[in-house]
Write a new protein. Structure first.
Length: 370
């Protein structure tokens, strides 16, 4: 039977991700539109985003947080171009974006002595191969593979090199030991469902020390520059952005942070994502035609949940089209470079009741094409 109940909010894209429940444009009414981002009001709004981020995440007091151009991509490129070079580099790759970082390090920065440890979709490289005399580059969660690192136990506190972590589909959804990471980046449009084009860059004191002691040999584009006259540009971490940000998008980010506070903070947000995954786990346990792409539960993502389906690729595409046509699940196909299958966002802005509803439609759509 065709299910009677549809998800209230059928947006399951893994980026841009779903807005928080009951989001309203009224939440953006205080955006300082038409005002300079360098005015007291504009800069104050940007600084508020930075301070709320620190508070909600519970970051170490000596970590710096900045709003930078070009989403998570810009933030991570900024870190790589500014910090990499003095030490050998180990890169861990298990999906599209981590592969992109390895490509940039080898072919754009053209660094020598780079080791790349790569695993197929659904698997995790052997993290024990990391040499912490080197700089380490990795993603916390593979957005296109549904595979995450299980914890930070593999990273020593007394490391010599820096750890650079693209955490865009993990932060605000997974337990992350910040003190193990020297660079953390993410974008507003992932876990909190914000709008695009702005990146967040978090630096440890060790990363700042590297920046102050090292001048890269390559030209540095303006949007990557974090130093002025040999000193750290502290303004970046107080609301003075490098280029013009969208005050509307910043207001939207503030609205998402306010919502997180209203539901009980970070732990409540993490629990919502965990519960969403549990709904899918129960569904997979009861159906033999669908399984997680991640090869083990320990490394299974609770945000970008990826599935393999016992169907030819053309029928999976038809299934995705049926779900979209019925307006029960938008943007749930696997990433273009990933194996054929399905991908559902399960971050904390998604309601468990919507996940429960969509599983019934998944079963019905499968029956229509199988």
């Amino acid at each position: 039977m065709k299910p009677a109940i549809k998800p209230k909010y059928p947006c399951f894209s893994s980026g841009p991700c779903a807005k928080h429940p009951d989001f309203s444009l009224d939440e953006l009414k205080d955006a300082p539109l038409g005002r300079s981002h360098r005015s007291r009001l504009g800069k104050g709004k940007l600084a508020e985003s930075i301070e709320k981020t620190k508070k909600i995440l519970g970051l170490p007091g000596d970590y710096r947080v900045g709003i930078v151009p070009a989403s998570d991509t810009g933030a991570f490129e900024m870190a790589m171009w500014s910090l990499l070079g003095p030490r050998d580099v180990d890169v861990f790759v298990w999906e599209s974006f981590s592969k992109g970082w390895a490509t940039d390090i080898q072919k754009q920065l053209k660094l020598d002595n780079v080791r790349v440890f790569e695993a197929d979709y659904g698997k995790l490289p052997d993290l024990s191969q990391a040499d912490f005399k080197n700089d380490i580059v990795f993603v916390w969660n593979g957005t296109t593979s549904g595979v995450k690192v299980p914890n930070g136990d593999w990273i020593p506190d007394d490391r010599e090199g820096l750890t650079l972590c693209d955490a865009t589909s993990a932060i605000f959804a997974m337990e992350i030991p910040y003190h193990k990471l020297d660079v953390i980046t993410y974008s507003w449009q992932k876990v909190l469902g914000g709008e695009a084009a702005h990146g967040m860059l978090i630096l440890s004191p060790r990363a700042v020390e590297r920046m102050l002691s090292y001048d890269p040999p390559w030209p540095m584009p303006k949007i990557f520059r974090m130093k002025k006259k040999g000193e750290l540009n502290e303004g970046i971490f107080k609301g003075s952005t490098i280029n013009t940000p969208s005050m509307m998008a910043n207001e939207d980010y503030l609205a998402a942070l306010n919502w997180v506070e209203s539901i009980g903070g970070l732990q409540a947000l993490l629990e919502r994502s965990k519960k969403n995954l549990e709904v899918f786990e129960d569904f997979v346990d009861k159906h033999d035609w669908i399984d997680f792409l991640a090869e083990s539960k320990e490394i299974r993502s609770n945000t970008s949940v990826c599935f393999k389906v016992d169907l030819p690729e053309d029928k999976v595409k038809t299934m995705v089209k049926i779900l979209a046509d019925e307006e029960v699940a938008f943007d749930c196909a696997s990433y273009r470079d990933a194996p054929s299958g399905l991908r559902f966002w399960c971050g904390g802005t998604i309601e468990a009741s919507d996940v429960e509803a969509v599983t019934q439609w998944l079963e019905w759509a499968y029956e229509q094409v199988s």
